[in-house]
Design a binder for this molecule. Structure first.
Ligand code: NOJ
Length: 521
């Protein structure tokens, strides 16, 4: 484990929506570089960049046609080098997103396979068969429809857990394993400090291609996510042998003082933990915290499981580009913002690696947009959509709130106002931005929260959620005011005003979290 990793806080930059430096409407790598001082001042440590590689953009960059090339919309390889140098000078670390499960159908390998190259065809999951015979099994695409598409040029069906434009790679094939080890090496040599691994748990499939069992009845025309969730993914996801595929990556990472963080979108914490056991990945994301509303029982359970099973090795996303922002999940608007700041306080005190997403520090809910850009939105006629969590970052009052001088690829959202921007919030000490900065500073100053101090739950009884690590207590109310007997101490942070600590009794208004330092009298 690199010495810079313990205690670090991550920040997800959704590159195409962060900052546009050249007016083409897409955020880009130089735009991120220009804003790195903002992130350093905010107080995060790790900046994760979503894919900026050459890509037709069918899944907004997660359909990669050349994993070593930077898409010209986003900049050049030299721009990435400059970003890394600038980040390092500011004390920040950089993660890039590697996408090993699938490539774009425009990748040279898939085009070669379609042109009849048998060795290239074997790098994909292809099954001989006629169109009339139907797909080889009942597996589904995350994005709707079967996980199989027929191509006469291939003489059969190829598998894709996402869009047909994203053919799955065959990880039984040594050439695929060698290639991705080399891609990892390539980016480490460019100067990045680690990798976020896309759908870490998806690389292997059942060699016998057995049907998955259905676990719920579901209509044929149900939204893609609903249909996908009605099946037990025992044969297409998280096979036992998958985790070990990352052992050679780990060796390379260790030799370069770099880290590997897995996108492990699984609901069973024991399965997630397998990816960080035996020295495989340095951290694995625990996603159930992204699925809860402002619901005491659901939040308490998601946190408890992640703490108990993760033992400091789980990543805690506050929001992500695939799920509604925290402020949105918790009710939106001012109330959502208040609750999201409280939630962030609780998550930032847990053992492990918390990850903010861009805009969390501003308390942003989802952008309200009519556009349907996300392939999931297109497939479901808007019933499911990730567009609202991907709207561009509001920087300052003015056209497009300072994101671009051109036309943004996705509107910022009809609900965005000047009050949402970095510039306006920077001038207001009570803003979400200042509250988040204070939270990050309070955390950084407390080894109890950044180190290995054991976590002891003090209350999981509604509406209170409270834990102690060393001499530091983190307490939060979810839905109503509450009190807790604590003894003497002082506030190191409060997510909103109104909390008191008198005669040993902590009193919290509804939807507020505090950090209490028990050492101070
Ligand atoms: C997970 C990514 O976060 C998501 O945005 C993408 O659509 C899928 N993996 C496929 O790569």
């Amino acid at each position: 484990m690199p010495s810079w990793m313990p205690g670090a806080v991550g920040y997800e930059v959704y590159v195409r929506s962060f900052a546009d430096s050249d007016g083409d409407g897409f955020g880009d790598v130089p735009g991120v570089t220009q804003r790195l001082p903002y992130l350093a001042e905010l107080g995060v440590d790790i900046v994760w960049l979503t894919p900026f590689y050459e890509s037709p953009g069918a899944d907004h960059g997660y359909d990669v046609s050349d994993p070593r090339a930077v898409d010209e919309r986003f900049g050049t390889l030299d721009d990435v080098r400059t970003l890394c140098d600038t980040a390092h000078a500011l004390g920040l670390r950089v993660l890039v997103d590697i996408v090993p499960n699938h490539v774009s159908d425009q990748h040279a390998w898939f085009r070669g396979a379609l042109a009849g190259d048998a060795a290239l065809r074997d790098r994909f999951v292809v099954v001989d068969g006629a169109l009339e015979d139907g797909p080889p099994n009942n597996w589904l695409s995350h994005f709707g429809g079967p996980a199989w598409t027929h191509r006469p040029e291939l003489g059969g069906w190829y598998m894709h857990l996402f869009l047909p434009e994203q053919p799955d790679l065959n990880w039984e094939n040594q050439a695929v394993r060698d290639e991705y080890l080399d891609v990892v090496r390539f980016w480490l040599e460019v100067g990045v400090d680690g990798l976020r691994i896309d759908v870490t748990h998806s690389l292997l499939e059942d060699p016998q291609l057995r049907d998955n069992p259905w676990i719920a009845e579901v209509a044929h025309d149900a939204a893609p996510g609903v249909r996908f969730g009605a099946m037990a993914h025992v044969h297409d996801l998280d096979l036992d042998a998958t985790a070990a595929l990352f052992a050679p990556w780990r060796e390379l990472a260790e030799a370069n003082d770099a880290v590997l963080i897995g996108e492990t979108y699984l609901l069973d914490p024991v399965r997630v933990a397998r990816y960080v056991e035996d020295g495989l990945l340095h951290a694995a994301f625990w996603f159930p915290t992204l699925h809860t509303g402002w619901d005491h029982a659901a939040i308490a359970e998601a946190l408890r499981l992640g703490v108990e099973v993760g033992r400091g090795r789980f990543g805690w996303p506050i929001s992500s580009h695939d799920d509604p922002h925290a402020a949105e999940r918790f009710g939106g608007g001012e109330l959502g913002r208040r609750r999201a700041l409280a939630f962030m306080t609780v998550v930032l005190g847990l053992p492990g690696v918390p990850f903010l997403m861009q805009g969390d520090e501003l308390g942003l809910d989802n952008g309200v947009v009519d556009a349907l850009e996300d392939p999931v939105a297109l497939a479901s006629g808007g019933a499911e959509s990730r567009d609202g969590s991907r709207t561009p970052m509001p920087w300052a009052p003015g056209p497009n709130l300072g994101f671009t001088t051109g036309t943004p690829w996705l509107p910022l959202g009809s609900n965005r106002t000047d009050a949402d921007t970095v510039q306006v919030q920077a001038d207001d000490p009570t803003s979400a931005l200042h509250t988040t900065r204070r939270l990050l500073a309070a955390r950084r100053a407390r080894p109890d929260l950044t180190g290995e101090a054991e976590l002891v739950w003090l209350s999981s009884t509604e509406p209170l959620l409270a834990y102690r690590r060393g001499d530091t207590v983190v307490a939060c109310t979810i839905g109503a005011a509450a009190t807790l007997q604590l003894g003497s101490g002082s506030f190191a942070h409060a997510s909103a005003p109104g909390a008191t600590l008198e005669d040993g009794t902590l009193t919290l208004p509804a939807d507020v979290a505090v950090i209490v330092d028990l050492r101070s009298q």
